[in-house]
Design a protein around this ligand. Structure first.
Ligand SMILES: Nc1ncnc2c1ncn2[C@@H]1O[C@H](COP(=O)(O)OP(=O)(O)OP(=O)(O)O)[C@@H](O)[C@H]1O
Ligand SMILES: [Mg+2]
Length: 349
């Protein structure tokens, strides 16, 4: 997939901006606060109708204006589609080829964006939620059944948590919701285990390309129960065992919604022992890994790397550029960067 053209109207600091992009490498440069990340944000918005950094969607609307617009022509092989997004304080409207869409997944099918942002570097040091979200977002994009399982799980989890918060907990309701959670956990853990295994194979190759070194890198996923033939029984036992604590703390304290994974480089946890540069390269490799799980070249995601070069030394920069040149469409933002053969765009304040 590629973004052929993009035009922004009253989006953040851009009153009006229009671009015709290269299907390969695009470099967006400009001074601090020029609005480079804002362009990256707009491209990302095309895939999930969600910002990766705004707390309030109205922040996307230029100060003093009443609506923001993103218009793009996206291509998938010979297929051309127009995406139009209008954001107002009352909400947003999304059109594909002039038709309103009802589900975000319709948008993700047309445009898939992999984003690296500076705060991803902190991924291995931050809360488990960040890492879980990474797994979930990518698995949901890849597998409709997973999306269904996780949505159902979250619904039942909310029911159970509401129940635990009530003054008098109905034991029968508690048992049925617990059984449902145990049942839905099996496929979720199984999908996560398979996905992590697939990612591990790729991760090692990407990291080698980016570092030039033969490091042993692997994701270690810690499911609350290993997936196996007795999973449901074991999960149920684990839920029962923590029931007392759940009642005391008024929430479900174990389960797939609490799981985590870590990454180890040569046997050492990257979050604890990795240097800043190592954290950057490994988080970048991880963010890029889903790209290689998509076999159909036309369906491969657009890669957006916001401010990826800072903190990398010259040798790593050269390797990274060499690596991204082999991908399909890529956007890199930087205050200063020139790459031979790439399309360069100057963003002015
Ligand atoms: N709703 C808005 N209306 C007007 N301006 C906005 C709005 N939201 C953000 N801005 C402005 O956009 C600018 C920041 O843009 P952005 O973060 O894209 O810069 P950048 O080019 O990525 O800079 P850096 O190199 O520092 O990362 C800020 O000056 C900010 O005030
Ligand atoms: Mg920026």
């Amino acid at each position: 997939m590629i973004v052929k053209t993009l035009s922004l109207k009253n989006f953040r600091n851009h009153a009006y901006l229009t671009y015709d992009f290269s299907p390969k490498l695009n470099i967006l440069t400009g001074p601090n606060a020029a609005g480079k990340t804002n362009v990256a944000e707009a491209i990302y918005f095309l895939s999930l109708a969600r910002s990766f950094r705004a707390n309030e969607e109205t922040d996307l609307i230029q100060k003093g204006k009443d609506k923001a617009e993103i218009n793009a022509v996206c291509e998938e092989g010979d297929l051309k589609r127009k995406i139009r997004i209008i954001i107002t304080p009352e909400g947003k409207q999304i059109f594909i080829n002039g038709k309103t869409i009802s589900k975000i997944s319709e948008l993700s099918n047309v445009m898939n964006v992999l984003l690296f942002e500076p705060k991803d570097v902190l991924m291995f040091r931050g809360s488990p939620k960040t890492r879980r979200n990474f797994l979930d977002i990518n698995l949901c994009k890849k597998s409709q059944p997973y999306l269904d399982y996780i949505s159902r799980y979250n619904k039942v989890l909310k029911e159970r948590n509401d129940l635990l918060k009530s003054d008098k907990v109905d034991p029968i309701l508690l048992e049925t919701t617990t059984e449902m959670l145990a049942k839905l956990s099996g496929p979720i853990v199984s999908y996560r285990q398979m996905y992590v295994k697939d990612i591990n194979d790729i991760l090692i190759k990407i990291t080698r390309a980016l570092t030039g070194e033969e490091g042993r890198l692997e994701i270690i996923y810690q499911p609350f129960i290993e997936y196996g033939k007795d999973f449901q029984k074991e999960a149920l036992e684990a839920f029962k065992k923590s029931e007392e604590r759940d009642l005391r703390q008024k929430m479900t304290t174990i389960g797939v919604h609490r799981e985590d994974f870590s990454i180890s480089l040569n046997g050492r946890d990257i979050g604890e022992f990795g240097s800043q540069g190592e954290n950057r390269i490994v988080s970048l490799a991880l963010k890029l890994s889903p790209y290689f799980l998509i076999e159909d070249k036309d369906k491969r995601p657009v890669v957006v790397l916001d401010d990826v070069m800072s903190e990398l030394d010259q040798a790593h920069r050269i390797r990274l550029i060499k690596f991204v040149k082999k991908l399909e469409q890529v956007f890199i933002t930087a205050t200063k960067l020139e790459v031979e053969g790439a399309a360069q765009y100057q963003i002015k304040k």
